[in-house]
Design a protein around this ligand. Sequence first.
Ligand code: 3PG
Length: 308
Amino acid sequence: MGKKILLATEKPFAKIAVAGISEIFRKAGYEVVPLENYTAKEDLLKAVADVDGMIIRSDIVDEAVLAAAVQLKIVVRAGAGYDNIDLKAATAKGVVAMNTPGQNSNAVAELVFALMLYLARGAFSGKSGSELRGKKLGLQAYGAVGRCVTPIAKGFGMDVVAFDPFIPAAAIQKDGVVAVSSLEELYKTCDYVSVHIPKTKETVNSIHSALLATMKKGAMLINTARAEVIDEPSLLKMFAERPDFKYGADVAPACAGEIAEKYAGRFVFTGKKMGAQTEEANVNAGLAAARQIVDFFEKGDKTFQVNK
Ligand code: 3PG
């Protein structure tokens, strides 16, 4: 029987991705209802009322949304991080939650270098900057994004090291990356640290002074993961005490105003989360999400379920 699928994207996909998603659902005999650029939660609550499935990006799917979605069976986060879905509430309601791991990783990896180069070149001020070649890049976590960052870094002539307690050292080393044995070592020994951890109860505020203060002279921190994994008082302390420190992030921390006021040229923040905002990533993640929904309804496939 035809299903009704909501495409709820406060930050819309590129048109080409929406066309591809629609085509997949059309072939399956499903109806797609787009809800793009919405500003009020009310609009989302209304739109979910009669849908069987939904595709989201960073859109918040909390208890209220799940309660309003009386027919909902599946929500797919077209992307990696699913910290925007209340998994407990979804499980309690019998709703399957999935992500589309790896589909938008290259876009995020490329943004890492956009942020790095901007800061390394003095925020394009014309002042003398520094080069990436010969510098040591530390990857905090070696998942899909870390694996995409590696070859680009090597292309720049950087040495790459990584710390990931969940990935065997051999799997890291086969990419020509040195697996360090502690986070402390990563922060202490690298010229650049790029953060690729998910936002979880354990990781929120987990990057704090004990790590930041040990960073090398002239060190740079790049965060394309989630703003909240950095402890903001520690970040402000680092900016205040270490005039050599630079921070680039997708997206701005809550204390961005204070940083902008006092530390011009030492930071770069995207206005809206844009690591995965490329046509290619939209197509990869969006179409994967649509296929996962069809496979779930037609074949009972739950391969990418995250609330097991
Ligand atoms: C992700 O977790 O996949 C990224 O943060 C992308 O988020 P977005 O879909 O809101 O751009």
